[in-house]
Ligand binder design. Sequence first.
Ligand SMILES: Cc1cc2nc3c(=O)[nH]c(=O)nc-3n(C[C@H](O)[C@H](O)[C@H](O)COP(=O)(O)OP(=O)(O)OC[C@H]3O[C@@H](n4cnc5c(N)ncnc54)[C@H](O)[C@@H]3O)c2cc1C
Length: 499
Amino acid sequence: MFEEIETDLLIIGSGVAGAYGALLASSMGARVMLVTKTELVSGSTQWAQGGIAFPDGRDDIPSHLEDTLRAGRGLSDPTVTREILGESLEHLALLKELGMDFDPELALEGGHSRPRVKHIGGDRSGLFLLKFLHSKLIGRITSLERHFVVGLRAAEDESVMGAWAFGPNQELIKITAASVVLATGGSGQLFSVTTNPPEATGDGIVLALKAGATIRNIELAQFHPTALMDGSLISEACRGEGAILLNKNGERFMTRYDPLGELAPRDVVARAVINEERSSGGVFLDLRPVGDLANSFPTVYASCVDLGLNPLSSPVPISPAAHYQMGGVSTDSHGRTTVAGLFAAGEVASTGLHGANRLASNSLLEGLVMGARAARTALKELEVPGHCDDAPPFVGGLDLYLRPQIQQIMTSCASVLRNGVEIQDGRRRLNLFESFETSLPSEVETLNLLEVGKLVLSGALARQESRGAHYREDFDHLSSIAFHVDQTKDSISLVPFGI
Ligand SMILES: Cc1cc2nc3c(=O)[nH]c(=O)nc-3n(C[C@H](O)[C@H](O)[C@H](O)COP(=O)(O)OP(=O)(O)OC[C@H]3O[C@@H](n4cnc5c(N)ncnc54)[C@H](O)[C@@H]3O)c2cc1C
């Protein structure tokens, strides 16, 4: 026996995309349910330091568009990007109207040609934003914390009409919904060192894949160039405020790689850091030029101190860490996936904004705009759920102790620098793992990581070029034709883009 729940719109994930989507949907007169496997304030959103890259007024849209497209290396969709940037100003106005208090100064971050990033509470922007959104949701929707979604339900016509979840005591719960929005975030836990929280295990990718959706460009993973050894992030905004990168010989090196120096796009900085690590034995970030670090970047300062480092007296050791999943569940500009009734928004989705390299602070922006668009579109197109007599699903899992092995394989075969031989070796090794039936969320997450890891490696092998964050040592050039790598349950295809 299992509990059965019904709603109009089911949103899975309570980060920026899910929470903001729920807020806007809640004013449309439908029943909205927000489900999260953790607490409501969770996901990568609460760790976001840099802020939100709203265009600085309508006049700044062309320049913000240009910066985004330049970073995206030919894979950002100009139409979608223009729409998201344009619409973001309406959401900025709405957030202010609701009482959101943005810091007065605009910050400059890597890849942006001018300061335009808005902070909220210094370097705790994500946490302040998310707490604010959830405070506005109280009493407006139904929220279920510690509910782990393990499968999507499909009607006879294959449209999505709800989900199966494990409740807090591993009991199965059947949720019927006319539409479902996936807002489950990214998959940084695929790698040994990541800035992402433990819940970033790519669940939404696997849920969508099994439901028949197309997964696009999942091999495009962004590595943040400046993380401490435990994955704690040192925001790009610190480099915007003057922090400089030094190799082990104490030499400043970034201008040898890019005229923008420390503020070059993330992929360029990450590769430069790896090169300098290899040639000199280590890379350091000198945070002393940043004025009043302890007050202007309290999270960064605390992370250094926690590791026994004093950033006020000497440069701190840094290295790239897995940070952001550019690809994801393929959607149109309103969050529709390729499966009826299923929408996706935020980091789990591939909308065409980020291309092959996300521009700093564009993801909270996308989460707001696309969370709103997906939830509103799902409600506008609401249909009575189709017929579905489904039995509880088989839920597969993998021993938790295997997770570090998967992370180690992915780190050695699909990090900042990749090559075909290592990718193939990684695929062979991932194919050796065997799953079993489970009711433990941690084991389902481990299997999800394995499944997403296989997709990443297949995509990385198929992408025989170097573009943005994806660098193949054996194909170190940009292909003359830009293309997407689309994967479904049983196919992989290269889809030319922009011709
Ligand atoms: C350290 C760090 C700093 C960052 N700084 C910035 C920044 O300054 N600016 C910027 O724009 N971006 C930044 N980013 C990226 C940005 O924070 C994320 O891309 C964005 O917050 C993702 O939001 P989301 O709503 O898509 O997902 P998330 O915020 O990750 O939320 C995902 C939600 O889905 C839930 N979930 C997942 N799987 C399941 C499941 N199976 N069942 C139920 N619930 C599930 C999780 O519990 C969580 O509630 C940063 C990221 C990190 C990690």
